[in-house]
Design a protein around this ligand. Structure first.
Ligand SMILES: [Mn+2]
Length: 440
């Protein structure tokens, strides 16, 4: 078992290397913080610039003295870190949904007619609704976008709710909506001013869904929510027992950044360092671009990660790498969560996202592996993140994002029907009816 004493829970202590970097950064920023350029609000007036320069100049000496004294008494770098103690009662502003004004009714899913919900599904308001409805799949919106650094991913859940409701799959001749009992469980009550305080409400709702035996399908939102999603699943199934396939251009295991322990660049690091999940149960797919450098890959190796970069795919081909990933998933723990960052796909297909990286996967590559993973494994959670409809011209990204969800749930339906394997295709569509078939 991993020794995680250095950082119990989200926020106890950051790795030493990160703290060193933070300390250096704090030292660099200190003079600027002590002597901000004058922002008088009348910059248009001719004298304002000179005044500002004079103000900055006169403040320079005290700032230098500050820097000198810092050498004698180093500031505590820990003080800059924003803590997140899940036992802090202030962390969860909205502890429960207020259903006091709901009309009296029997528990169970509620039909919504033409009101928007994921796939037009009935909604569920309470755990009792999930249980009474024998719900197998519960969608949860997690509209967090503070963790990406600019807004828009928070609109992801409603962009998906606005998509067409069809779920049929010609490849399999299966419609998951017909095979699975699914509901829209609404949005998690996040704190839209704090990514830190948004983690616990999401984690609680993921846990609620999982405790009923249903699969939470969490629609983000930025990738910070992977922390809450997987921690919530580990709460229910145990940290040794949950594996994660992380589809992403980025490895999302960054260290402390500007005092933040959690953002869309850090959920994987938090999950491992805080002991919610074991590194050897993580599989990364689609990494490319400029981040991380050697340190990040060395960290993954130290923690026994399995990873598949685009470089590997370029060298060995997708068909080979796809089989490797499917085999590794089968060789993992009992339960599987798939975390799908839409930016794993090429920006040609998913430009509506916060951090696109050229050279990604195509729909032709992504859809079969999702059907395979979700049909061959005991899927207990799925998340789709980083869909930003505000920068999605032509709905291309939303369309592909919806298909990503459809393909996985088609896999879940195939498994339920006893057809779960990576190669399953309907005999009607994989070839025509002429004699000789595929041998022609
Ligand atoms: Mn990501």
């Amino acid at each position: 078992m991993r020794d995680n004493s250095r950082s119990s829970r989200l926020g106890a202590a950051a790795p030493a290397a990160s703290l060193t970097r933070l300390f250096l950064l704090a030292g660099l920023l200190a003079p600027a913080c002590e002597a901000p350029p004058a922002e008088s609000g009348d910059q248009a007036s001719p004298g304002a610039e000179a005044d500002a320069a004079a103000a900055a100049g006169s403040a320079a000496d005290p700032a230098a003295q500050q820097a000198d004294s810092a050498e004698q008494e180093a500031p505590d770098p820990e003080a800059a870190i924003i803590r997140l103690d899940p036992n802090d009662p202030d962390l969860e502003v909205w502890r429960d949904r207020d259903i006091s004004d709901d009309p009296p009714r029997e528990p169970g899913p509620i039909e919504v007619g033409s009101v928007l919900s994921f796939y037009g599904l009935p909604i569920a308001r309470t755990i009792e609704d999930l249980v009474a409805g024998e719900v197998e799949v519960a969608f949860l919106g997690a509209p967090v976008d503070m963790g990406v650094g600019f807004r828009g991913a928070g609109e992801g859940p409603n962009a998906l709710r606005a998509m067409r409701r069809s779920t049929g799959s010609m490849e399999t001749m299966i419609s998951w909506r017909s095979e699975l009992t699914a509901v829209d469980y609404g949005n998690a009550p996040i704190d839209q001013f704090s990514v830190e305080r948004s983690m616990e409400p999401i984690r609680r709702m993921v846990r609620e869904i999982a405790e009923t035996g249903a699969i939470p399908v969490i629609i983000g939102g930025d990738h910070s929510i992977e922390f809450a999603n997987v921690a919530g699943l580990a709460d229910v199934y145990g940290k040794e027992n949950v594996g994660v396939i992380h589809f992403d251009a980025h490895y999302d295991a960054g260290g402390t950044r500007m005092g933040h322990l959690i953002s869309h660049a850090q959920p994987v690091r938090r999950l491992v360092d805080d002991g919610h999940i074991l590194g050897r149960n993580f599989i990364q797919v689609g990494l490319r671009g400029s981040w991380p450098g050697p340190e990040g890959f060395e960290w993954m190796r130290e923690n026994e990660f399995r990873y598949h970069t685009m470089a590997e795919i370029d060298r060995d081909g997708w068909a080979t790498v796809m089989q490797r990933v499917l085999d590794e998933a089968n060789d993992g723990p009992e339960y599987l969560h798939v975390s799908f960052d839409i930016d794993v796909m090429d920006p040609a297909y998913t430009s509506g996202t916060g951090t696109p990286v050229p050279g990604g996967l195509t729909p032709r590559e992504v859809f079969p592996i999702l059907r395979g993973l979700c049909s061959e494994n005991n899927l207990v959670g799925f998340d789709l993140v980083e869909l930003n409809p505000l920068v999605d011209p032509g709905y291309t990204t939303a369309l592909n994002a919806k298909q990503v969800v459809d393909e996985c749930l088609t896999g879940v339906a195939l498994r339920k029907l006893g057809l779960g394997n990576r190669d399953y295709l309907s005999p009607l569509t994989r070839r025509d009816g002429r004699p000789g078939g595929m041998d022609r």
